[in-house]
Design a protein around this ligand. Structure first.
Ligand code: AMP
Ligand code: MG
Length: 359
C-alpha cells in the first residue's frame, strides 16, 4: 500500500478515507494518532494490525464536540460536563460508561450506523470488550475538522509501532507507518508532545490512569480529590492489573536501553558525567543548561530544567533522535513530579523499563 502524505487542504480527502474504512494518520495537539471509523470493526481491527498493538489494549474515541458524549456514553456524571467545559477541546480523555445498543430511532443515524454485534453502541474491538470507553475532544483544529467531516467518532491510538516512542510529527509517523496505512495528514509538530491525561470517572473518587497534557494539579482544582492508579508511578508487580490496560506494556522505548537519573538537575548531570564511558556508545538526554557538559557525546536537549512543558514537547523527539545514532546506552535527566513533570517522568520511566537511579 502506498501511504499518501496529505496537507492541511486535504481535510475532505482524509475524512473520506476514514468514512470508507481506511486508516489515516491525524495530527492532534498531543501526538499523531492512527485514526479509523470507530463504528467500523474491520477498520478498527486494521489499526491493531498496523501498529502490532495487543488486542486487549482499548482505543480512545475522538469526537468533534462534547455534545457527542451523549450519543456514545450513559450515566454521564456531572464531573464529566465540568471537565469538558474546562478542558475540551484539549488533551484530556475521560473514561465513561459505554452506552448500550441504542433505541430503534437512532439506529440508522449516520453517527451510529450499527453494523456490529455486541451489547454496546461502540464495537467491542474499540473498547477491548470493557463496559467503558475513553472519550476525547482534541484541540487541534484540523483533527476536529476531519472528525466533523467524517461524521463518525474516530478511534485513534498513538500513531507509532507498538512499543516505540509516539510520533510528534508527520515525518515520525511516516517512519513507523509508511506502506501500512492509507494516508497521513501533515498538521505540523505537536504542541503538547505527550499523550492525553486519562481520568476514570466511573469510580469515586476519580482515578488518574495516565498523566498527560492536562497536569494533575489542574484536574484536582476542577474535581477535588483524585486517586492515582499505581501504574502511573511504579512498575507493577507480577499479576497486578492496571485500570488502563495499556499501562502494563513496555512503551515509548528507543532501541538502546535507557537509564533515568533523578535528583537535582546539577547532581543528576554530574552523575551522568561520572558514568559515561565511551563517546561512540553513550548518548545523553539532558536539560538545556547542561548542553556543554558532554563534549564529544551525542546529546539531545530536553528543554530548560524547570520548563516541564518544553520537556514534554521534546521528549519523544529526543528518544527517536537517539535511535538514528546507533548509541548503545542512553542516560536521561528527569524533572520532578510537579505540573507536566509527572507525565515526563511516566514516559521516561517506561522508556527505561523503570531503570531509575536516584542521586
Ligand atoms: P494510546 O491511544 O496509544 O495513547 O492508548 C490509549 C490508552 O488509553 C491505553 O493506555 C489504553 O489502555 C487506555 N484506555 C482506552 N480505553 C480505556 C478504557 N475504557 N478504560 C481504561 N483505559 C482505557
Ligand atoms: Mg500509544
Amino acid at each position: 500500500m502506498k501511504t499518501e502524505l496529505l496537507n492541511p487542504n486535504d481535510i475532505e480527502r482524509a475524512a473520506g478515507i476514514i468514512r470508507s474504512g481506511g486508516l489515516v494518520g491525524i495530527p492532534t495537539e498531543t501526538v499523531y494518532g492512527l485514526g479509523a471509523n470507530g463504528l467500523n470493526p474491520m477498520a478498527v481491527r486494521n489499526i491493531f494490525q498496523a501498529k502490532g498493538r495487543p488486542q486487549d489494549n482499548p482505543l480512545i474515541l475522538h469526537i468533534p464536540d462534547p455534545s457527542w458524549l451523549e450519543i456514545y456514553c450513559q450515566d454521564i456524571p456531572e464531573e464529566a460536563w465540568r471537565l469538558a467545559k474546562r478542558f475540551w477541546p484539549g488533551p484530556l480523555t475521560m473514561i465513561l460508561k459505554c452506552k448500550r445498543r441504542p433505541p430503534e430511532e437512532l439506529k440508522n443515524s449516520p453517527v451510529c450506523s450499527l453494523t456490529h454485534e455486541g451489547p454496546y453502541i461502540i464495537p467491542d474491538v474499540v473498547t477491548a470488550g470493557l463496559d467503558t470507553v475513553g472519550m476525547r475532544c482534541p484541540a487541534h483544529s484540523m483533527c476536529r475538522a476531519i472528525i466533523q467531516a467524517a461524521g463518525v467518532p474516530v478511534a485513534a491510538p498513538s500513531g507509532n509501532t507498538s512499543g516505540r516512542p509516539s510520533p510528534t510529527s508527520a515525518w515520525h509517523m511516516l517512519e513507523d507507518m509508511d506502506g501500512k496505512i492509507d494516508a497521513i495528514l501533515d498538521g505540523g509538530d505537536c504542541q503538547v508532545g505527550v499523550e492525553s491525561t486519562i481520568v476514570d470517572l466511573t469510580c469515586q473518587p476519580p482515578l488518574l490512569l495516565r498523566p498527560g497534557g492536562v497536569p494533575l494539579e489542574e484536574l484536582q482544582a476542577a474535581l477535588g480529590k483524585i486517586e492515582l492508579d499505581p501504574a502511573v508511578t511504579r512498575q507493577l508487580e507480577k499479576g497486578e492489573k492496571p485500570r488502563a490496560p495499556g499501562m502494563k506494556y513496555r512503551h515509548y522505548a528507543p532501541k538502546a536501553p535507557v537509564v533515568v537519573v533523578k535528583g537535582s538537575p546539577v547532581r543528576s548531570a554530574e552523575y551522568i558525567l561520572e558514568h559515561l564511558s565511551d563517546p561512540r556508545w553513550d548518548g545523553v538526554i539532558c536539560f538545556n543548561e547542561f548542553a556543554n557538559w558532554y563534549p564529544g557525546y551525542l546529546v539531545e536537549l530536553l528543554g530548560g530544567a524547570l520548563d516541564t512543558w518544553e520537556q514534554a514537547r521534546r521528549l519523544f523527539r529526543a528518544l527517536r533522535a537517539m535511535d538514528e545514532t546507533g548509541v548503545k546506552r542512553i542516560w536521561a535527566q528527569c524533572p520532578g513530579d510537579a505540573g507536566m513533570g509527572l507525565a515526563v517522568n511516566n514516559r521516561l520511566n517506561k522508556a527505561a523499563g523503570f531503570h531509575i537511579v536516584e542521586v
